[in-house]
Design a protein around this ligand. Sequence first.
Ligand code: FUC
Length: 946
Amino acid sequence: MTQRIKILTGYLNKTMTLNRTKYFIVFMLLLSVKDILSQDLKLWYTRPASKWVEALPVGNGRIGAMIFGGIENDRIQFNEETLWTGGPRSYSRPGAYKYLDTIRQLLFAGKQKEAEALAEKEFMGLKSFEGERSSWINKVTVDKKFAGENFDDSKWPTMQVPSWDGWEMVGFEGLDGAIWLRTSFMLPDDWIDKELVLDLNRIRDHDYTYINGKLVGSQQDNEGRKYKIAKNDLHKGKNTIAILVLNFFDKGGIYGYKDTTKHIGIYPINNEATKISLNGQWKYFVQNDDPPPVGAYQASYQPFGDLNLIFSNTAGVTNYKRELDISNAVASTSYSVDGVNYKREYFVSQPNQVMAINLTASKRSSISFEISLSSPHKNFAIKKINATTIALSVQVKNGALQGQSYLEVKANGGVIKNGKGKLIIEHADEATVFVTAGTSYKNYKDVSEDPSLSCITALKSIKSKTYQQIKTAHVKEYQAFFNTFSIDLGKSENETLPTDQRLEKFARSNDPSFVALYLQYGRYLLISSSRPGTRPANLQGIWNDLLNPPWGSKYTTNINLEMNYWPAEALNLSPMHEPLFQMLKELSQTGKQTAKDHYNAPGWVLHHNTDLWRGTAPINAANHGIWVTGGAWLCRHLWAHYLFTQDKIFLKNTAYPIMKEAALFFNSFLIKDPKTGWLISTPSNSPEQGGLVAGPSMDHQVIRGLFNNVIAASQLLNLDSIFRNTLKEKIKQIAPNQIGRYGQLQEWIQDVDDTTNKHRHISHLWAVHPGNEINWDDTPELMKAARQSLLYRGDAATGWSLGWKINCWARFKDGDHAFRLIQMLLSPSKSDAGSYPNLFDAHPPFQIDGNFGGAAGIGELILQSHTKFIDILPALPAALSNGEVKGYCARGGFVFDIKWSNGKLQELTVTSKTGQPLLLRYNNKVVNIHTAKNIVYKFDASLNKL
Ligand code: FUC
């Protein structure tokens, strides 16, 4: 951790390692945008956030927070990027490779189900420790007094029942265990002789259901429940229902129906129409909240805690405004009460590693509030550190990690009291709250760090600093990244609207500046979730409020993690790529064991997910978890970083060793298809459909890409000529892209595509984007087929899938089609894909990849550099016919300023950072020039050099 803190706090100071120095130099070179364009760079609202996806995200790559901006109670939910479940352990299954050949043979013989069954049994990675359930169940079911009709539950609190998608949705985040739920109903007189049906629908995970103390049903699954109730078990008047729900993990409780207009209830057999609804507040009692651990293939990212600021003088608030200014990464809440203007500012500082919340008012002595820390973790404690500081400590359930957070308040004027776990500030002129957080994570193999160390270091670093000094340093550090690029797509009337209303209207308005804002917001989110020296942005960046977040809020590598980094190079945030490269270094270590255990192969392999502990083995299920090209795809980012920066030292020391080891794996893994004679990837799948197969097209595209890049890199570095020749030979033998009977690009080696398939993954289009082997110049027929495949797939999709399709339509050079998808992405998400009020991408639920894919896709409309040409305005939509960008990066080490109007180029300026030859194309005109390092070249509207 000490090393990590040094990196984090000292990114710009002298403790930087050589590696960091190099990034620093790169980013200083990128500071080429002299004048920042006039831009619309605020998200703002006229109401506090009532939901998490309305709150505004701030972060420094390590600490993230969501600002609700409440008037009486300002909730700030926060995270620290290394607080996860689980701990260091081995994820791969020793000896799995012994089944590899049989699985392959079964697939070759067309026996997919048998292959999947064998793989499920013998080839998946190892889960974490699974506790013993039956003795726990025996223990919690012994005492049946809570089931009794006459049991007095009047003192029990109540819970809303049912709660579709879990009791977490009605305020019981993190509740697992044995929980009793009780209610009653009045039996209508004419039902007395009737047999009834108790319809509860789904319950998670296991229930014991009693009527008047008698067990009437018990089911051990997550499916629907309809229990028959004999007439003798009922009586006139009030009847009692008591249900013991056992929930082991994740979501729990009586779910009822997804269609919430349909109630759970009780009715006579064959007469559902007379159902008595049982929806309502039920009494509940947590009998035991410590169920045995459930084995998990990988760990989940965890929330850390909440800060609650309570204000009393809030009657008659006017002028309320909540905003996030992404030009300086500062959020604020402001309002007036009784003629006094109040303002709160919030940011997370990278140089000082603290979150700061500054409270001011237009009248002296007006700042009074209480502040406390809490946490959704069951195991948390608050203690006093000194007169102005309290600390929160958390212990993750089912995991090794502990966390510490310190909260310190500094005030001018007034008094600060510290008692009963909270700080009370009275009549101050101004106050600043500082929050820090750290965990016991040292690295993926070691959890022995002192979690308070980073808190103490951070608070020490601000000891003699004023709020203004801390803010100035924060803004300077942030803007060094953010200001490298600017975009102006024109002004629009909707800029005067709050962001949520603007989002509502976007698809029906002419609001191009909202597109520019969305792109810049993507850059803001990347800087805020992936600063050099931190961990990469996960499925939710660094923002997560749930103990059981969707897909573990981890790293899915069959599209999602890669998409997070699509904007990094082109949108001039190259240094933000560094956390991914550090992770790749680690994955190339853990992935060696998986290559050996599962494939008896050299090199390293990563399947479709990873986590803080750098798991690389197959997870979830054989039909989609056995997918071998996660690591190979990620290697493309190493190569892209080289192409954009031309940094040969990076190529030699960081990129090439990882890429070469990945290629070594595939050199051994590819085998000859007995039918076609081609080298193919098997077993694998086309994410995440079609089951376990031999030879999905995407794998071959990714592997060819990797081999080509390793060949090019080894040539540049003058290394490994023998291996290079081997790869050259192998590439020729890998199964080629094929056009199928519907004119489509085949997703699999056999021509089995279904033209009505609307699956969100468009994996076989990988070669169009993010790959480049299929393009209009070199492979027009395949490009046509790929385009046809995307037409079959259709437009509607999840958030990230829209992001991917935008990039593909840009590559097909159809900007108007891409723009239609941008409109879909920038639509308010109800229960479908789009954006939440805070412009977080909705898969749904929230997943950050769509934000990044969308931002990168907007960029691809303006410039593309994935072929030998650098294409200027290759896919400009009619809706974005006027605009200007500054600081757009292209492969070859070029930085572009481009101005266009009425859909036509006006001015073009190129800075050559490393003196590579430049091959420009605009409107079919091609210009080829030699460039010199750090020289600026200007062109007119017809690409004539000025
Ligand atoms: C992949 C996708 C899902 C989701 C998950 C996190 O498995 O297929 O849609 O995005 O990752």
